[in-house]
Write a protein that binds this ligand. Structure first.
Ligand code: FAD
Length: 565
């Protein structure tokens, strides 16, 4: 008998119960963070699928046999959550309703169909976004897939193996579509992309996407652009026929639908939580929904874009993870704010890297922003004298006159994501092009240049802002009366030039500039923009009205691929 046996132990307060719907990016990171902050709460994760914390971003590479061991996709298991974090995980458990008054959720066991209710003190919704399946004939036929989870990728792998598939049509040329292109090509399939827009990678401005499209074609990918999906038929030979809106038939062994995702808001809607104009759950800076005891994170929420201020949905893993952490902090009583998103993203496509951050030009125009400028440049990813330098095609958008960085997009074989990450960080700190010009970055010949592409982008933009480099507008090229002056060497000019341009090489400029008319604007250009800039500076100082076509002939070729609409 213990010394205090005659004293009643105090009635322990029941642990606060935190339930999390969805146990992958946002849900799992929320659970783990919450446990690190508070040992006293009970945490339970529900996921309708058979796994939690799996690497959705790795799924295309599992289909492509780059990741061969499926277990590598499992970042954490229910056992690990229990042992390491004392978090209970209920897989194969669908959350089917929320009673906000009773503070309960209804759940259904996917295997037994049994239902029950569970009480919560705080509820976190991280159900993600579902692939869009357009209501068109044939989208549910065997052989038509979307990629969202491990069972999906397993099914695609089996289909390819069982049918000895040799062709695929991917509907949608966005991030997931292009990752599937990369991986199906890797598996030896002949791939066609059917995309409604006239370009792949819709978040990019079309002229930036141009080198990507050329690369895809060069790698044998068939691009069927500017045409939507009408239906999918079963062919007589058991194959599928993708029928485009134009009537074109694309016979194939399998179809991947990658036309975007839609936030999984059914639960939230049924519980009368506020939904925003972009179709996501509305949350405050601490990821709290319109109900003070319910938080939401990840692909299902709408959050402000830090550049435009407009609410947006952004289905990316980084924001989902950070939001999960913010929600956990809020539940634990810490007032951490989510800063908003800026759409920093990267994708690898058959050796090419495509990355972007912030606003695109078309996004700015859609948002009604007009006071901005842009520069194009194509510097090497490291010093040109060191073997193996590859160009980075970079577009930088900035506001005028204050020079605040608005966005950047880049494409190249190497060093692309590093530059975009630097610019993304500058945007986070509300940086300007002057900050980019002054940024001190790593340099040794095999890694960069003493003037890194990021510095160059900032310097070019500064030149525009301070009037040193008056810009000609590519979009005006077909309408202008200006004299087009190609300042490259004659052999470069002979290899291809803008129609109507005349050639006066920069190397002869000082001797021959008087041949140029003084009563017309002179638009200079070279290969990638630098000599054109030098020529403009020279001509302006000799009394000419001169502007530079930013990015030179390389940018012209990119515009030509997609048109200057
Ligand atoms: P998810 O991670 O999707 O998790 C939601 C979970 O909730 C799912 O497991 C689902 O089964 C479960 N669930 C839904 N409703 C219920 C319910 N009612 N009851 C119980 N469980 C439910 N992002 C990048 O940044 N980079 C990439 O390279 C990248 N590649 C991707 C590749 C693919 C193929 C896919 C599909 C996505 C990719 N993403 C990528 C996007 C990224 O995976 C998502 O943005 C991120 O996972 C979103 O996290 P989330 O927690 O909101 O939702």
């Amino acid at each position: 008998m213990s010394y205090h046996s005659d004293i009643e132990p105090p009635n322990p307060r029941p642990a606060r119960r935190i339930l999390i719907v969805g146990g992958v990016a946002g849900g799992a990171s929320c659970a783990a963070r919450l446990r690190r902050l508070d040992e006293s709460v009970e945490i339970v994760i529900f996921d309708r699928g058979p796994y939690v914390a799996f690497a959705n971003c790795g799924l295309p590479y599992y289909v492509g046999d780059v990741i061969v061991d499926e277990r590598k996709l499992l970042v954490a298991s229910p056992e690990m959550f229990r042992e390491r974090f004392n978090v209970e995980v209920r897989t194969n458990t669908d959350v089917i309703g929320i009673d906000r008054v009773a503070h309960t959720i209804s759940v259904r066991d996917v295997q037994t169909a049994q239902t029950r209710t569970e009480h919560y003190d705080a509820l976190v919704l991280s159900p993600g976004a579902a692939p869009i399946r357009p209501p068109l004939p044939g989208v549910d036929l065997p052989g038509v897939f979307a990629v969202r989870n491990i069972p999906d990728s397993r099914r695609i792998r089996s289909w390819i193996a069982d049918r000895r598939a040799s062709t695929a049509v991917i509907v949608g040329g966005g991030f997931i579509g292009l990752e599937m292109v990369e991986n199906l090509v890797h598996r030896g399939l002949s791939v066609t992309v059917l995309e409604k827009l006239p370009q792949v990678m819709p978040p990019l401005d079309p002229e930036v996407a141009a080198p990507l499209m050329e690369h895809l074609v060069a790698k044998g990918v068939q691009l069927h652009l500017g045409d939507g999906l009408a239906r999918i038929d079963e062919g007589a030979d058991g194959r599928l026929i993708v029928v485009a809106e134009s009537g074109v038939n694309l016979p194939t062994d399998l179809v991947i639908l990658a036309i975007g995702v839609r936030p999984e808001t059914q639960l939230a809607k049924a519980a009368d939580l506020q939904i925003g104009s972009r179709g996501g759950i509305i949350v405050d800076a601490q990821m709290r929904t319109s109900d003070p005891d319910i938080w939401a994170v990840g692909d299902v929420v709408e959050v402000p874009d830090i550049l435009t201020g407009q609410d947006t949905v952004l289905p990316l893993a980084g924001p989902a993870n950070r939001q999960g952490r913010v929600a956990a902090e809020s539940i634990a009583g810490r007032a951490t704010n989510f800063r908003g998103i800026q759409a920093t993203a990267v994708v690898g496509v058959l050796g090419l890297t495509v990355a972007s951050t912030g606003a695109s030009e078309k996004g700015l125009r859609r948002a009604g922003v007009t006071s901005f400028e842009k520069v194009y440049l194509h510097p090497g990813h490291h010093a040109g004298y060191y073997p193996g330098a590859h160009p980075i095609h970079l577009k930088l958008l900035f506001s005028v006159p204050d020079g605040r960085i608005l966005g950047a997009q880049a494409i190249g074989l190497e060093g692309v994501e590093k530059r975009i990450d630097v610019i993304a960080t500058a945007i986070q700190f509300r940086g300007t092009v002057h900050d980019l010009a002054q940024a001190e970055l790593c340099y040794a010949p095999q890694f960069g240049a003493a003037k890194d592409p990021v510095n160059l982008a900032g310097m070019l933009a500064e030149n525009v802002l301070n009037g040193d480099m008056p810009l000609a507008d590519w979009l005006e090229l077909d309408r202008t009366d200006a004299l087009l002056l190609d300042v490259r060497e004659p052999d470069e000019f002979a290899g291809g030039h803008i129609p109507k341009a005349i050639n006066l090489p920069l190397s002869q400029m000082r001797d021959r500039y008087r041949e140029l008319p003084t009563n017309r604007d002179v638009w200079t250009y070279c290969g990638v923009g630098q000599r054109g800039y030098f020529a403009t500076r020279f001509l302006v100082q000799h009394g000419y009205r001169s502007q530079n076509l930013s990015g030179g002939y390389a940018t012209y070729l990119a515009f030509n691929r997609v048109g200057r609409a």
